[in-house]
Design a binder for this molecule. Structure first.
Ligand code: MSP
Length: 635
């Protein structure tokens, strides 16, 4: 039995899972179920990425601790994976002790093998908090990265990993394993990126605390990507006394991720592993993006799609089928509920459901509710299955799920054609349930049985029920069940109700089934909540120096400030007295809005506003380095 270790990306817990996360876990689940029935000893890992600034800030916004946020959101993840029939063997959270052990062990091994692979240095650059990464200068425009996420200029004393040393070893690895990253286009992107030469990578942060403390340096936390990537081995017990799983399953056979995070998986991760003297994953498999109105779905863009209602109303299987049939693996695809309903009615209710009902009804009425008494070893459907099953298996091997499903549908079309051309109802009328009719109906049921075995990884629940209806045992499905001839004769079948009842699109979208109807899957109105860069530029933000400060009489909160704004002095009133005394403000550099219309506060005219963050009403002044001169524009 060969082992097969399969992982997904671990998902951030700053929000509930959306269709992108759902798709990823469904794809992984299809691969896992397929490999299991081929006889592999599969270990399937998914989990959550719970450290880093993104989580820290989301929690702060809610006024709760990061771990409280993680504990809450991880529950939604668990519940959703259960609903979607995800058959993962393990679930890792990066806040678990076993993970910390693994991360520290990885760092220890790197430091032990090549001591100068990790060194202390200064990091200056544009940091994108939403992607938890430094963004190259040439990808920054107007303080935003290429996807529009805000970036901040950041200077830090960090630990660095000597990634530059791994340019050549990585290129050699890619040349030796041209399928290391799949699809090929993604491998080419990575090659082009690494061929430019790699820069060293900072692997610790001092500006945040929500992470794993760097060994021996409590002011530093491990960079969240180094932390997160290590989940693939920490979950197997790497670094602990009980590392049996690590020894059995590592290296991963497939690491499934979205195309946006290939660089981390195909460059950084293998470099860390090389440095630690560990084997590299065999394959990084990258899927495309789910889009809404041609834009990537993401929390920061505010166009998130969570079709939870579809799963509640239709069950997991139709949705699983839909996402795998609709998206060409590796490419991007728009989501809409209408497209789901279209496929549900056409492919599932009509093609698959009707063919199934028809065949079962005929067996029911012609053969007394049993599979017919005579099997058939030579006919056009058998020949179709001999062509289509190997093609299907190749498609599954190539992770071409859409093709695999199309092949199953080709078989279904053949069954329909066979029924139409043999007209069993006429045969029955004329000659009754004789042996030729037995063969005809048996062929239909046998073909459907094979089709359902093909569909089993995609629709595990419905296929089990369908196989039972056909008189087959859905448990212990193996590779051999794709072969012709395994449907028993004279076994009870169950015609029963439609497998996929037709749902009128207008009824569903109109909202009689689900309450509220599809609200969660509507796109956000285009950018209403955002301002343009020109609107932002209208605000005159500058650095100012506080020259004098005094409390405003009879006010607990207000302080009157005299500030120098680069052009001259002006008076401002700020509600910061609960936190700051006038004395400590003098000489301090603050950020002001210089072109605000004047306003009177407790009788004092304020010409502008001082910027401060407020935590439950407690202000914290925004500041800049003392060396920045008053009057400097903030942009
Ligand atoms: N936490 C990191 C991954 C660390 S792995 C060591 C992360 N998390 S994520 O929650 O943002 O994304 C998790 C996975 O979902 C990634 O593989 C990502 O590509 C995928 N998707 C996120 N949005 C997506 C779409 N809109 N469409 C399809 N998948 C996308 O990145």
């Amino acid at each position: 039995m060969s082992k097969f270790y399969l992982t997904t990306a671990i998902h951030y817990v700053n929000d509930d899972p959306h269709i992108g996360h759902m798709y990823e876990n469904i794809v992984a689940d299809v691969i896992a179920r397929h490999r299991r029935r081929l006889g592999d000893d599969v270990w399937f890992l998914t989990g959550t990425d719970e450290h880093g600034q993104k989580i820290e800030r989301s929690a702060a916004k809610e006024g709760i601790l990061p771990i409280e946020l993680a504990d809450r959101v991880v529950k939604t993840h668990h519940a959703l994976w259960k609903k979607l029939e995800i058959s993962n063997d393990d679930f890792i959270r990066t806040t678990q002790q076993r993970h910390r052990i693994g991360v520290l062990e990885l760092i220890r091994r790197i430091q032990e093998r090549i001591p100068d692979d990790i060194y202390l240095g200064e990091h200056k650059g544009w940091y994108c908090q939403s992607e938890e990464t430094f963004v190259p200068e040439n990808q920054v425009r107007d303080s935003r990265d290429e996807s529009g996420h805000p970036v901040e200029w950041t200077t830090e004393q960090n630990f660095f990993f000597k990634l530059s040393r791994y340019t050549e070893p990585l290129l050699m690895h890619y040349r030796k394993h041209p399928d290391f990253v799949m699809p090929q286009t993604r491998m080419n992107e990575i090659l082009a990126f690494v061929e430019q030469g790699l820069k060293d990578l900072s692997v610790s942060r001092t500006s945040i605390t929500w992470g794993i403390p760097w060994p021996g340096e409590p002011n530093h936390v491990v960079y969240v990507w180094m932390d997160a990537l290590t989940n693939y081995i920490s979950a197997l017990g790497f670094g602990s006394a009980d590392d049996e799983k690590f020894r059995r399953y590592w290296p991963a056979d497939v690491q499934l991720i979205g195309k946006d995070i290939i660089r981390f998986h195909a460059v950084y991760w293998p470099a860390f592993l090389m440095a630690a003297g560990l084997p590299l994953p065999k394959r990084i498999l990258a899927h495309g993006w789910w889009l809404r109105d041609n834009q990537k779905i993401s929390k920061s863009l505010g166009n998130v799609v969570r079709p939870y209602n579809i799963i509640d109303d239709f069950g997991a299987d139709p949705f699983r089928y839909f996402v795998l049939r609709e998206m060409v693996f590796g490419q991007d695809q728009n989501y809409s509920d209408e497209a789901f309903l279209g496929r549900y009615n056409a492919d599932l209710a009509n093609d698959l459901g009707n063919t199934m009902s028809r065949a079962l009804k005929m067996a029911d009425s012609y053969f007394g509710g049993k599979t017919p008494p005579t099997a058939c070893e030579d006919n056009e459907l058998l020949r179709a299955s001999r062509d289509l099953v190997p093609e299907y298996l190749r498609a599954m091997d190539d992770y071409a799920f859409q093709r695999a499903l199309e092949i199953a549908w080709r078989f279904l079309v053949a069954v329909n054609g066979y029924i139409v051309s043999h007209e069993p109802w006429k045969h029955f009328k004329q000659r009754g349930a004789d042996e030729p009719l037995s063969r005809i109906i048996w062929n239909c049921l046998e073909s459907l049985r094979i089709i359902w075995v093909m569909l089993a990884p995609f629709m595990p629940v419905v296929s089990a029920d369908a196989l039972r209806r056909l008189g087959s045992d859905p448990n212990a499905i193996g590779r051999q069940d794709l072969d012709w001839g395994r449907l028993p004769v004279n076994i009870p079948i169950r015609a029963g109700e439609a497998i996929f009842p037709r749902i009128e699109t207008s009824t569903y979208i109109g909202g009689t089934m689900s309450n509220p109807p599809i609200e969660t899957t509507q796109a956000a109105p285009p950018d209403l909540a955002r301002i343009t860069i020109d609107q932002f530029r209208e605000i005159d933000l500058r650095v100012a120096e506080v020259r004098a400060a005094e409390k405003v009489e009879k006010s607990k909160k207000l302080i009157k400030l005299t500030v120098f704004d680069g052009d001259g002095e002006r008076t401002l009133v700020a509600g910061i007295a609960t936190r700051y005394s006038p004395e400590e403000l003098v000489g301090r550099k603050v950020i002001i809005v210089a072109n605000l219309q004047p306003a009177k506060l407790m009788g004092v005219e304020s010409n502008g506003m001082v910027l401060a963050a407020s935590i439950d009403g407690e202000p914290s002044l925004l500041s800049v380095d003392a060396a920045v001169p008053a009057g400097t524009k903030v942009k």
